[in-house]
Design a protein around this ligand. Structure first.
Ligand code: C2G
Length: 132
């Protein structure tokens, strides 16, 4: 039986921390589905638009070797629906979300992976813009 893994993220200004969580998520199953956060969701959540548009971010993530399918994550409240719709057996999130998605343990396994240290989209933006 195919073991499907699902993960979510904005994946803005794609970096090696993003790549590693995707590679490690893929290694937990046979098929990896990635929900890429919509621009509107980011604006609501972080108060700013991502550097790259949702179409660009979807295109980048879809092109990665470990990724089998991508979809647009329109709202955080629909997580259960996305897990069920994509028939996910495992939900993987970085440990910045530790404990936040335990409520889905009734429909899938929930795994939190440790973040790659010392790299983040925010730090990269600050470095590039000279504000770091
Ligand atoms: N990540 C990581 N190491 C880093 C930076 C990010 O492992 N140094 C992981 C995060 O833990 C997350 C994924 O990369 O699992 C995507 O990170 P973000 O784009 O920051 O995702 P976020 O905005 O937290 O969106 O439904 C939840 C949201 O869609 C998550």
């Amino acid at each position: 039986m195919t073991r499907t893994v699902i993960t979510f993220g904005t994946f803005d200004v794609f970096h090696v921390g993003h790549l590693r969580v995707i590679q490690r998520a893929a290694a937990l199953g046979d098929r990896l589905v990635v929900g890429v956060s919509a621009d509107a969701l980011n604006e609501r959540k972080k108060g700013r638009a991502p550097v790259f548009t949702q179409d660009e971010r979807l295109e980048i993530v879809a092109a990665l070797k470990p990724v089998d399918a991508v979809f647009l994550e329109e709202s955080l409240e629909q997580k259960r629906e996305y897990i069920v719709r994509h028939e996910a057996d495992v939900l993987v999130m970085g440990d910045d979300w530790a404990g936040k998605f335990d409520e889905f343990e009734d429909v899938c396994e929930v795994v939190y992976l440790s973040r790659t240290p010392a790299i983040s989209t925010t730090a990269l933006i600050e470095k590039i813009s000279g504000t770091a």
